[in-house]
Write a new protein. Structure first.
Length: 289
């Protein structure tokens, strides 16, 4: 999989949607203190902005899922997200947040933190968040292109500096910061500690993908995600049924109802039969379960 995205024309325009027609999703650039002054092609960084995330606006057909590119120049906060059941119990009226990361580029020494070396109780976790030692208690994984991590709700995590990744997540903005390296942003210790699991990260949730070829990445329970190389195999096509899905080209190009999508785009398709594969592309496909 190539980490370099090919330059091309503006990707911010939303295309019309009609019967059997899908859209290239509009883009939202999100400023972050840990973002970058210069983004890789095809993204263009607005002058004077520090962009950390590229969001693809969820379509009306699939409001449950959100796809992002994330680009870091500094460490992100140590944070945690609640589950569906916890948001319901808290009366928030929103779904929880499970997410996954596909690393597309990493600077030398780049790493991400997920879970802890050993079990830790809530009292000790609070103390570590307050004095900053939470960093040393977490497990840190060196990353390279092709690393894939599933991040279940309640998992304490942090993305380090020098990382570029694609995130597929439940469409939720509920994030509880536990530690933020002294930045002047609000922490959410009470809410975060109420949902955080002070435990090691399961090794089975981390995979190193080969540069090419298909790979089944997430099979539920909140969403499914596959990397396909050319037209999906029959068993993959059957798993996605006939419902709408998101398509994210990684290399090469696809066409969805006459619309060309390249690396750096995200589109919504009425179903896999609306996607034209040439046989030479690498694409993520995602669908809520």
């Amino acid at each position: 999989m190539s980490a370099k995205l090919p330059p091309r024309e503006s990707m911010s325009a939303e295309l019309p949607v009609g019967q059997g027609v899908s859209a290239k999703l509009p883009v939202r650039m999100v400023e972050k203190p840990w973002g970058r002054d210069h983004l890789p092609a095809p993204f263009e960084t607005p002058a004077g902005k520090r962009i950390g995330e590229i969001w693809f606006e969820p379509p009306a057909e699939l409001p449950q899922l959100l796809v992002k590119y994330i680009f870091t120049s500094e460490n992100l906060s140590v944070q945690v997200h609640p589950s569906d059941a916890q948001t319901t119990a808290a009366g928030l009226g929103k779904q929880g947040k499970e997410e996954c990361w596909l690393i597309i580029a990493a600077e030398p020494g780049a790493k991400i933190g997920i879970g802890f070396h050993h079990d830790i109780d809530a009292q000790a976790l609070r103390a570590a968040a307050l004095d900053g030692s939470i960093e040393t208690l977490m497990q840190w994984y060196p990353v390279a292109p092709g690393d894939f991590f599933m991040i279940p709700a309640n998992t304490v995590h942090a993305i380090g500096a020098g990382v570029s990744l694609i995130e597929v997540q439940q469409n939720s903005d509920i994030t509880y910061r536990l530690y933020d390296y002294g930045r002047p942003r609000e922490l959410h210790l009470d809410q975060g500690l109420a949902v955080a699991r002070g435990e090691p990260y399961a090794p089975t949730l981390h995979r190193r993908l080969p540069p090419q070829g298909p790979a089944a990445l997430v099979a539920g329970p909140r969403f499914r995600l596959d990397r396909v190389a050319g037209r999906p195999q029959p068993e993959v096509a059957a798993a996605y049924g006939r419902g709408p899905l998101l398509v994210v080209p990684l290399a090469g190009q696809i066409r969805v109802a006459g619309v060309t999508l390249l690396a750096g785009d995200c589109g919504v398709a009425a179903g896999l039969d609306a996607v034209e594969f040439s046989g030479h592309e690498l694409v993520l496909i995602a669908q809520p379960c």
